[in-house]
Design a protein around this ligand. Structure first.
Ligand code: B1M
Length: 210
């Protein structure tokens, strides 16, 4: 792997946002594609953060600082990942479900969908079912995307789907879900229309749903 990407992963792990931003730009200037910078630089650093967080070697403040460094790199990559000269493929409303504050994966999925030609309405994190419903009525998206990173908040996906049915808007949209603990069988169990394990598959899935 390129030295610049290895160093970027280390700087992200250490939460050095200035260094991550500079190295992201340097990698692009060297001709490395935005997708490779994302996968082998930023995500590689964030994976290590996840492993050490789980092992108890890193704590929440350090993870937050690393997440900020990830954002510094993503700010530079976003327009490149979203660069696509195609007509709108449809509208996707995306949010992290109630009780869950994780937004890095959701943002990445949103960016990749944007790159795939979709219009994105991002309703943020910790989104209660009522807010999804209100936004569906206002924005009339083709697809609603829900993200969850905690096993506990996967239940909020189920509750949101139930609320969509009760509000009479379930048949107006397709629903796709994702996030580290989410599985295809869980998606089937709660009646979602699809599940994607990562941002690239999310684009393929959204295309198949519209
Ligand atoms: Co949290 N956290 N966290 N955390 N955190 C995890 C998720 C955890 C696995 C860490 C661990 O123990 N190893 C664990 C969850 C355990 C579980 O429930 N199974 C955990 C925990 C426990 C917690 C807290 C409870 C910790 C605490 O306070 N004691 C707390 C909960 C807060 C809350 O949400 N209420 C918490 C807090 C935080 C921070 C705030 C410190 C920070 C979030 C910052 C932010 O997002 N702005 C944080 C982080 C950064 C992580 C880890 C380290 C990294 C998550 C991440 O961003 N990954 C994470 C460990 C890990 O996953 N390695 C962890 C990178 C991202 C690109 O991947 O989000 O999986 P991911 O998204 C992927 C796919 O999942 C998929 O595509 C994305 C790109 O490929 N995908 C979709 C995601 N959404 C999709 C939607 C789709 C389709 C695909 O369709 C709509």
């Amino acid at each position: 792997m390129s030295e610049v990407l290895k160093q970027m992963a280390k700087d992200l792990y250490n939460g050095d946002d200035d260094a991550v931003a500079k190295l992201t730009q340097k990698a692009l200037d060297e001709g490395i594609t935005a997708e490779v910078v994302l996968k082998n630089g930023l995500l590689s650093g964030m994976d290590q953060v996840g492993v050490d967080f789980k092992a108890g070697d890193l704590f929440v403040p350090e993870v937050l600082i690393a997440a900020r460094a990830m954002h510094a790199g993503m700010d530079i990559l976003r327009p490149l990942l979203a660069e696509a000269d195609v007509p709108s493929a449809g509208k996707v409303l995306i949010g992290t479900v109630e009780g869950d504050l994780h937004d890095i994966g959701k943002n990445l999925v949103g960016m990749m969908l944007e790159g795939g030609g979709f219009d994105i309405v991002d309703v943020g994190t910790d989104v209660p079912p009522e807010k999804f419903i209100e936004a569906i009525k206002e924005e009339q998206p083709n697809v609603v995307g829900m993200s969850a990173l905690l096993t506990t908040t996967m239940q909020s996906m189920k509750q949101t789907l139930k609320a969509l049915i009760e509000a009479g808007v379930r048949d107006d949209v397709k629903v796709m879900i994702g996030g580290a603990p989410v599985t295809r069988s869980f998606a089937e169990e709660i009646g979602a229309d699809g599940y994607a394990p990562d941002a690239a598959s999310a684009v393929e899935l959204a295309r198949s749903l519209v």
